[in-house]
Design a protein around this ligand. Structure first.
Ligand code: THU
Length: 168
């Protein structure tokens, strides 16, 4: 598409374009494709998956991110979203933020359904979600939230923070 983009980013965009074709969206008829490039150089795809019970629909971005997490890669270098007007919803912005750094790039590919013409907008996850909910980094989270429930703390129950917080 553009000579200015790296091979890894071109592969990311191509993966999202292919994933859009696999969207399951018989209710909205609005196919979305997404792809995540991890800091380890892996690419994971996602598409929106809807359900007859409408509220169960899952956005393409979250499918791609959860795919990466399930594959053991929780540090995101770039995300690509493809749609007729690709703009991640608020919920997806918060989920992207959880696994992003300040430099995590976001490529928004608007694909005109009739003409096939596309435009690519580059931004960052942090720009799209200023003042994100980030209790781990801000120290707002109680050291051991289980204390609030007056239960004995369990080591097994403690979750591992995402890469963004581990790097500090
Ligand atoms: N959708 C996404 O996959 N990503 C977004 O960021 C916005 C919306 C999906 C959800 C639903 O299947 C369809 O688009 C219409 O809202």
């Amino acid at each position: 598409m553009s000579a200015k983009r790296s091979k890894a980013v071109e592969r990311l965009i191509e993966t999202a374009l292919q994933a859009q074709k696999r969207a399951y969206c018989p209710y909205s008829r609005y196919p979305v494709g997404a792809a995540v490039l991890t800091e380890t150089g892996r690419v994971f795809a996602g598409c929106n998956v809807e359900n007859a019970s409408y509220g169960l629909a899952m956005c393409a971005e979250r499918v791609a991110i959860y795919h990466a997490i399930a594959g053991g890669h929780d540090a995101i270098k770039a995300v690509c979203v493809v749609g007729a007007a690709a703009r991640p919803c608020g919920a997806c912005r918060q989920v992207m933020f959880e696994f992003s750094s300040k430099d995590t790039a976001l490529y928004l590919v608007d694909l005109h359904p009739a003409t096939g013409r596309r435009s690519v907008l580059k931004t960052t996850v942090f720009k799209l979600l200023p003042m994100a909910f980030d209790p781990l980094a801000s120290g707002l989270l109680p050291k051991n939230p289980r204390n609030l429930l007056k239960r004995k703390p369990s080591r097994r129950g403690r979750r591992r923070p995402a890469a963004r917080h581990r790097r500090k």
